[in-house]
Design a protein around this ligand. Structure first.
Ligand SMILES: [Zn+2]
Length: 221
């Protein structure tokens, strides 16, 4: 059961379209698992529509409609969209991921980068330079290195589950880590855990492990 959700402020930003693509993808991924938040987003959209309807009409220049149409024509059809991209992934694990997430995976196999003996990371490119969107994969019973964060990190559990000092996280759970949070996630014994993560700045290992800091390889997507 999903017990961790985006907060209301984040849902309002998401609904108003002010979130950039990578965090937006993380929220939509959570919505695939969570009826409560989906209903909240529907209500916010309804509210936004009501406010627009109630707003007084303001005069616009005569050729505005033409300009909008022109803008639509000029838009790149290849740009990634949270709602419309084609599914192209063939990596062995892709079938186990939510269909919504599969559409963002690269063609062919994912390139898993070694972070520790039990932890791998594959970045997903969605054309963003402020965030790194990635999949983290912790093998069954594996522990990730203890680390803290220079920036905010959003994690959405996709398959399996993991736990840290603060609790146990199931598929769909949406976890936000702020700068300075130190934690050491580990996967359940019986199944590997795959999470979607959005990192807004490099995270760093604490103590001596900083020397072998595999997390510093920030690759904005
Ligand atoms: Zn939720």
């Amino acid at each position: 059961m999903v017990t961790r959700h985006p907060d209301t402020d984040l849902l309002v930003e998401y609904t108003s379209g002010s979130l950039s693509l990578a965090p937006s993808i993380s929220v939509t991924t959570h919505l695939q698992f969570c009826e409560n938040c989906s209903n909240a987003v529907d209500s916010l959209n309804q509210l936004g529509g009501d406010i627009l309807e109630a707003a007084e009409a303001v005069p616009v220049c005569e050729d505005l409609f033409e300009k909008i149409l022109l803008g639509i024509d000029e838009g790149s059809p290849e740009s990634a969209s949270p709602h419309g991209a084609k599914i192209t992934a063939v990596d062995a694990i892709s079938d186990s991921l939510p269909r919504y997430v599969q559409q963002f995976l690269p063609k062919g196999k994912l390139r898993w980068r070694f972070l520790s003996p039990s932890l791998r990371l594959a970045t997903i490119s969605v054309g963003e330079d402020r965030h790194e969107l990635a999949l983290h994969r912790i093998q069954a019973g594996g522990k990730a290195p203890e680390h803290d964060h220079n920036g905010e990190e959003i994690t959405v559990v996709l398959t399996g589950c993991f736990s840290d000092e603060d609790g146990v996280y199931q598929p769909g759970d949406f976890i936000v880590r702020e700068p300075g949070d130190v934690h050491r996630p580990f996967a359940a014994q019986n199944k590997e855990c795959i999470c979607l993560s959005v990192l807004s700045a490099p995270i760093k290992l604490t103590g001596l492990k900083r020397v072998f800091n595999p997390f510093m390889g920030f690759s904005p997507s």
